[in-house]
Design a protein around this ligand. Sequence first.
Ligand code: AGP
Length: 608
Amino acid sequence: MCGIVGYVGKDNAKSVLVESLKRLEYRGYDSAGVALLTDEGIRTFKKVGKIRDFQVELNKINLYSNIGIAHTRWATHGKPVINNAHPHLSCDGKVALVHNGIIENYSSLKEELLSKGHNFVSDTDTEVIVHLIEEELKSENSFFSAFLKALSRLKGSFAISVITVLEPDKVFCARKDSPLVVGLGDGENFVASDVPAFLPYTNRVVFLEDGEVAVLSKDEVSFYDFSGVPLSKEVMTVPWSISQAEKGGYKHFMLKEIYEQPKAVADAIRGNSGWFEEGAPLDFNFEQLEGIHIVACGTSYHAGLIAKFYIESFSRVPVNVDYASEFRYRDPVISDKTLIVGITQSGETADTLAALRLGKERGATTLAICNVIGSTATREADGTIYTYAGPEISVASTKAFTTQLTSLFLFALWLGKVRGALKQEEFESLYGELLELPSKLESFLNTERKEGTVKELALNFYKAKDVLYLGRHVNYPIALEGALKLKEISYIHAEGYPSGEMKHGPIALIDERMPVIFLATKGRVYEKVVSNMEEVKARKGKVISVLNPSCKEANNLTDYPIYVPEVNEFLSPILNVVPLQLFAYYIADFLGYEVDQPRNLAKSVTVE
Ligand code: AGP
């Protein structure tokens, strides 16, 4: 996830900015850059790779300035190369800008700006913003009004900081759906995407909300809405240490990442909705597609199992899902009309890479569903769909999973459309429901933050020896994922099963000590799941259910309900998994384990 820093004050901006960028390193990045306002105009410096190497280079440059902006880039549009690193400059070099987020309408804006003679040097969506400001300056009478005018034309998410020779003592900032916080110092002011950046200098902060602008100078900060109406904002004092601040005040990265899911899912939707207008996510004759093999490991494999439902239901293309580690040993049937889809958060999982390579060797086209730009899977596959989760630091995958599902849901909708299997009204209704998903995730998480239902449940069950997870249809893989999360971080034995399979064996395990977690939200198998709940109840099992408030029958059979908002059954896995992630998290935390770094596990498994 990109990091932004801006500074205006009494010190050497170069050192302040680079030190501040170092404190944002935990967010993940592939390149960094700084722009400083000097008597000779704006000077920019950029480097691909580590900030400490960048700092060594900058230390050799004799340059003093009290005002500047800086950025760590985690590539989304365009590879991690110098030209794509921020800050980006206007054609005349008078404006420099850093950005975090995704500009959805960048293609059309770029076309328009190119036709007006602007010269682009990067492949990023960001660069359109700085040219747009430059263009608006031609007709507006102040930099501020040109800045606001440019903002009004942007679609998507952004946190922006800008400096300009036209207002040499100010840093202009704006926020929409991407975090930005102002730090108030004494004779100096800061802006950053996260508090740790400036915490050694000040803990007095103002959090910008969506649709707000801040203009920083050395001695004051003014706030406005996007129409330029002044706002008065509350100043808060954050009592955090730097390490607490890196986690946004959360105790662990895992909890932070769970709570980031509404935004991550919204970013995955934004980042992957372009195909409906701009065409295929990869060069392949989709009309002749005969079958898809999905290959993946762990949590990504569970995303693959759900993707099978999406793709087969929406596009009628047959899908096989394999553990990547098994795929190459079973001599799969592959042709040049086959698509091999490798789902991998890291893009570095050895088994998934090997499975993709095998597909390629046998003449198939390969597609990576990946979160890390420039990773091996994205370089080797014929095409990539990025999941836009931002860096996931906790070993236990959470937001990477929900964004994989979101991206795969969109891919299946797109495939259904191009293959003519999905009617326009079905498409519109499913897509419309997807757009509402981030706010439903937010609503569940806000309620959990206030009421702590899952936390309390974890307190009741953290001494359990075994836990059984049951679900059907698209929620059977969620039962597997819930069990995997619990095993990974709490070391409690857990199993996921399709609930209809229980009577064929696992039912023997059920007694009054066995917690059984049901995925019992509304959908085509709801009544069937209710019958399976009866079977557990009859054997005195303790029933915990993830259900909707309207699920009366399930509620009557449940000892410990967790209510989630009602969504389309195909989207329910993306919501239902969240309480299971929280349940595993709190149990591991109550047991006192290293939640973010569980024993024996690595974030990416690069060996077979
Ligand atoms: C998830 O919580 C795990 N850490 C693990 O199962 C992971 O999903 C698996 O190793 C695959 O990783 P990838 O998505 O980076 O390929």
